[in-house]
Design a protein around this ligand. Structure first.
Ligand code: S3P
Length: 172
């Protein structure tokens, strides 16, 4: 089976919907950030702090190449995977890429009590930070033809929509 690749901003539900989609499709779920953390024995925040964002992006790029060479996986990417166009090119080769869109306010609601996202900094001014980052990246997310606006959706609704698109495109 073709990979199902979930792309989207932080708080767009890639991980939660991805896990549910994988269970329903009986495919293996993988979370890119989790793999990078395990391989480095450090959290994403620590990697950003100790080695910098550029280093993290190189690890992310290498992992995309590795995962794009396999099949039968539901892949939750990190929100910045769209920054390198080669990542989407590789994922599109062996999988179906679906963008999970989320509005800034909802992304803020969903992430405001979390501490593991280095790009969002502390709790203060987080909404402003999210709005700025989303504005910078919106064109990259919106260029992905398969898009689900998750802003007003439950994880179940989001998963249903993801599965509908995946099955249609995979010819299932
Ligand atoms: C990032 C999103 C994070 C993680 C890292 C950078 C981004 O993943 O990869 O903190 O650039 O948007 P999630 O989208 O799973 O939070």
């Amino acid at each position: 089976m073709k990979n199902l690749v979930l792309v989207g901003f932080m708080g767009s539900g890639k991980t939660d919907a991805g896990k549910l989609a994988a269970a329903r499709l009986r495919m293996t779920f993988v979370d890119m950030d989790e793999i990078i953390e395990k391989r480095h024995g450090q959290t994403i925040s620590k990697i950003f702090e100790a080695k910098g964002e550029a280093f993290f992006r190189l690890q992310e790029r290498a992992l995309v190449r590795e995962l794009a060479d396999r099949q039968d996986r539901v892949i939750a990417t990190g929100g910045g995977v769209v920054l390198n166009p080669n990542n989407l090119r590789d994922f599109n080769r062996t999988g179906i890429v679906i963008c999970c869109w989320v509005d800034a306010k909802v992304a803020h609601e969903r992430t405001k009590n979390t501490k593991h996202r280095p790009l969002l900094g502390g709790q203060t001014d987080r909404l402003v930070r999210i709005e700025a980052l989303l504005r910078e990246r919106a064109h990259l997310y919106k260029a992905i033809p398969n898009r689900v606006d998750t802003s007003a959706m439950s994880v179940e609704q989001q998963t249903d929509e993801i599965l509908r698109i995946y099955k249609q495109q995979a010819g299932l």
